[in-house]
Write a protein that binds this ligand. Structure first.
Ligand code: KG4
Ligand code: ZN
Length: 352
């Protein structure tokens, strides 16, 4: 079995070949970060057009790197939900064309589920039931996992996703896009003080398994640009707004470290609360772009030791969007006899 996986849900055009033993034979990812950097976020129309330009060279690259021909493929998997509709449609069209012309089965894969299944690439299967934490640019969700595709939502963000908060904080601090890796780097510099600012940790109560990251993001905005002036009270003098100190490199570093501490604290707190409320589970599985974060990886490892449970985080290259996670989960679904026909279409939302 050799499955080609195609991913085009956001700003990465990716393709990979994975075999029946979850071994990644090739993985090619073309990022569009340069195209979106000046806008501080992904521009959907620019993303779709870039996918159109990149999809065939990327698929060709994955086939060549795997050292196979198109006729060696036994299945085509494509991320068909969730994501930007125009972007998803490019990958889906390519996948349908390949499936039809090669006469091999087609399967649509949920991108969020694939982020969690990415821990099995070049590695052992997951032991179920597991608790799954997806932390990406578009999602921050806790799941109970009974199989790679049987997921029950336990909680999730009510506003920004964790990665989105990283990207916006990076934009506020003028650090470029995507923000996660650069905020992570800055926060990890020697001397960075993660207690310099007491930013809020959203939805602290442990009986609530949801997340909120818009408060910490706004607190960073105020720290960097100043608070809005309080409303005038008739007959009273205007209240003074303290001046904003100049944004030195040291201040930036401390803001990044303090922000990162709060985001990680929220993720850890709710993961542990979900464990206590819905456990026991055999495994803690983490996936999505923010799972590349150095502090989060460290703290999750510690949490696993405390709970006495194995923590599975994908290797760095499979944390952010890639085709291998689509091919890997697609291989399992095809192995179970699941198939989609040419009516497969793009769905902007996740299944749960
Ligand atoms: O999973 P992903 O590639 O795309 C989505 O499905 O959204 O995640 C991208 C997100 C971006 O917000 C990016 O800033 C964030 O993952 N990210 C990180 C790190 N590397 C990527 N966030 C925190 N720390 C990192 N090291
Ligand atoms: Zn993703």
């Amino acid at each position: 079995m050799l499955t080609l996986g195609i991913e085009s849900s956001c700003d990465e055009t990716a393709a990979a070949v994975v075999d029946a033993d979850r071994r990644v034979r090739s993985s090619v990812v073309a990022t569009q970060h340069d195209l979106h950097a000046e806008f501080g976020g992904v521009v959907p129309e620019i993303a779709s057009r870039a996918h159109e330009r990149l999809i065939l060279p990327v698929v060709r690259g994955a086939i060549d790197k795997a050292g196979i021909g198109l006729s060696d493929l036994t299945g085509i998997a494509v991320g068909h939900r969730p994501g930007l509709v125009g972007s998803l449609l490019v990958g889906i069209s390519a996948a349908k064309a390949l499936s039809w012309s090669l006469g091999v089965p087609l399967i649509g894969v949920d991108h969020v589920h694939a982020h969690l299944d990415a821990v099995t690439l070049d590695d052992e299967p997951i032991e179920f039931p597991a608790i799954g934490l997806v932390v990406s640019g578009g999602h921050t969700t806790l799941y109970r996992m009974d199989s790679p595709t049987a997921l029950t939502r336990l909680g999730g963000t009510i506003d920004d996703a964790a990665g989105e908060a990283y990207d916006k904080v990076a934009a506020i601090l003028g650090l470029g896009h995507p923000g996660g890796p650069v905020v992570d780097r800055l926060a990890s510099e020697p001397g960075a003080d993660d207690r310099a600012f007491g930013f809020p940790i959203g939805l602290m109560k442990k009986d609530n398994l949801n997340f909120s990251f818009s408060g910490v993001k706004t607190a960073v905005l105020y720290e960097a640009r100043g608070r809005p002036a309080p409303p005038m009270i008739p007959g009273k003098p205007a209240l003074e707004v303290p001046p904003v100190p100049p944004m030195t490199e040291e201040r930036k570093r401390d803001i990044a470290a303090s922000f990162q501490r709060c985001v990680c604290a929220a993720l850890l707190r709710k993961t542990e609360a979900a464990w206590t409320r819905h456990g026991p589970f055999s495994t803690l599985v983490v996936g999505g772009g923010v799972s590349a974060n150095s502090r989060l990886r460290r703290e999750l490892t510690d949490l696993g030791e405390r709970l006495g449970v194995p923590v599975r985080v994908p290797p760095m290259e499979y944390c952010v969007d890639n085709g291998a996670m689509i091919a890997g989960l697609g291989t399992k679904m095809l192995g179970e006899g699941r198939r989609d026909d040419l009516s497969l279409t793009a769905v902007p939302t996740t299944a749960c």
